[in-house]
Design a protein around this ligand. Structure first.
Ligand code: S3P
Length: 425
């Protein structure tokens, strides 16, 4: 699908965003392993989270969908059945990496793969700890999906993350659910802690200290009724749209504000963004609030180290903000090269088409601020966050832009273009 996006200088309104992708995956997985029926409200509408549910349906878990309310009839830790076909993770790195920890403990062999993009994403990072736990996992060229996982009894391990990755941490912890004893995961750079919070919520015994998580294996997980907060990573696109506008007053309702994700807000506020949290609640151990953003005078910024890791999904749209406003330098971001696309390369290609200059480095980039965005035909390269970041860039262009393969946005946010139309003029 080619989408035309026209310039828009005014951003206003009040919207409620679909459920957080990261939390939806985890709730879908843990609800499947819990005993009894869980109700998950505001479950992500993104294809990725439905790939997760599809994998559990294929292993005999009854899943009922009623709009964005999902009912999952968990069958307990030992209730999964051998799938009769390969499991399909679609485009979703979170699905394949996190579910592999669960598959590694099953008394059956399974195969799991996905689309062309997923088939190029590195899996060695989960294969190594799962091998240490005693599972047999093979991959194409010892690294890429599809994976063949021969499950069996797992040993608890004490594992230090080699890359700052919440998916890898979650894979080991989900395997640790089945290991008798305590599985420990250590991280030098803090990553999102939704798995730890969700495990505790579903009844697992888990100790959470800065940099060290320890989970006791073989818990009985209990079904839950939970509401998933709005996705802050989806909110990022609209926050940036507001910050690029000539005038803006936008309210985003019920957004997840977990501190491991809300570093985005700290960063934007540090650059001068007038963002206010209007109302703060909790559900399932996750903080939720309404955000109000108005037009701001934005300075340039630098992302490195732990901040780069915390904002890794938001970097494409932050690059758009930086190029139009005060500039942005990003360091320590080699992980961007192994996302749904090589996001440094796809960002640079679309910027080049718009006449925006970017200095590309192996593990980051630098953009000068105050650049003009020329109308252009852009491409998502089948990457949801590239599609959405450049739809926001198109708002600030001098004329209409076309985005090829714009439907990629559906991977995390099918309603994106509709919402964009509602809040811009
Ligand atoms: C995610 C973790 C991050 C992030 C991805 C979602 C998660 O990936 O980029 O979109 O839900 O745990 P890594 O764990 O590979 O950093």
């Amino acid at each position: 699908m080619q989408k035309t996006v026209s310039p828009a200088r005014h951003v206003s309104g009040s919207i409620r965003l679909p459920g957080d992708k990261s939390i939806s995956h985890r709730y879908g997985m843990l609800a499947s392993l819990a005993e009894g029926e869980s109700t998950l409200e505001n479950y992500s509408t993104g294809q990725d989270c439905h790939s997760t549910l599809g994998c559990f349906s294929a292993m005999g878990i009854p899943v009922h969908k009623d709009g964005t309310t999902i009912r999952v009839s968990g069958q307990g830790l030992d209730g999964l059945r051998a799938p009769t076909q390969d499991l399909d993770a679609g485009n979703s790195g979170s699905t394949i990496r996190m579910i592999s920890g669960i598959l590694a403990a099953q008394p059956f062999t399974s195969r799991i793969g996905g689309d062309e993009s997923l088939s190029k994403r590195p899996m060695g990072r989960i294969m190594k700890p799962l091998a240490k736990m005693g599972a047999r996992v093979t991959a194409r060229d010892a690294q890429y999906p599809p994976l063949e996982i021969t499950g069996g009894p797992l040993q608890p391990i004490d594992f230090t993350l080699p890359v700052a990755s919440a998916q890898v941490k979650s894979c080991v912890l989900f395997g640790g659910l089945y290991a008798s004893g305590v599985t420990t995961v250590r991280e030098g750079i803090r990553t999102r802690d939704h798995s730890e919070i969700a495990l505790r919520q579903f009844g697992a015994e888990i100790s959470i200290k800065p940099g060290v998580v320890a989970l006791t294996g073989r818990p009985t997980l209990a079904a839950q009724k939970l509401t998933i907060p709005g996705d802050l990573s989806s909110a990022a696109f609209f926050l940036v749209a507001a910050l690029l506008a000539d005038d803006a007053d936008l309210v985003l309702q019920g957004v997840g504000l977990n501190p491991t994700r809300a570093a985005l807000l700290d960063f934007l506020v540090s650059l001068g963004a007038p963002i206010k949290v209007l109302d703060l609640n909790h559900n399932g151990g996750e903080p939720i609030g309404d955000l109000r953003v108005t037009k701001g005078r934005m300075q340039g910024g630098l992302l490195e180290g732990a901040m780069t890791a915390a904002l890794i999904d938001e970097i494409p749209v932050l690059a758009v903000l930086g190029a139009a406003r005060g500039g942005l330098e990003v360091r320590d971001a080699s992980e961007l090269r192994v996302k749904e696309t090589d996001r440094i390369a796809t960002l640079a290609e679309n910027f080049a088409r718009m006449g925006v200059e970017i200095e590309v480095r192996p593990d980051g980039f630098r953009v000068e601020g105050g650049q003009r965005f020329r109308p252009a035909t852009l491409d998502s390269f089948h990457d949801h966050r590239i599609a959405m970041a450049f739809a926001i860039a198109a708002l600030a262009a001098d004329g209409d832009c076309q985005i090829d393969r714009a439907e990629a946005a559906s991977v995390s946010f099918p309603e994106f273009y509709q919402f964009l139309g509602e809040i811009t003029r």
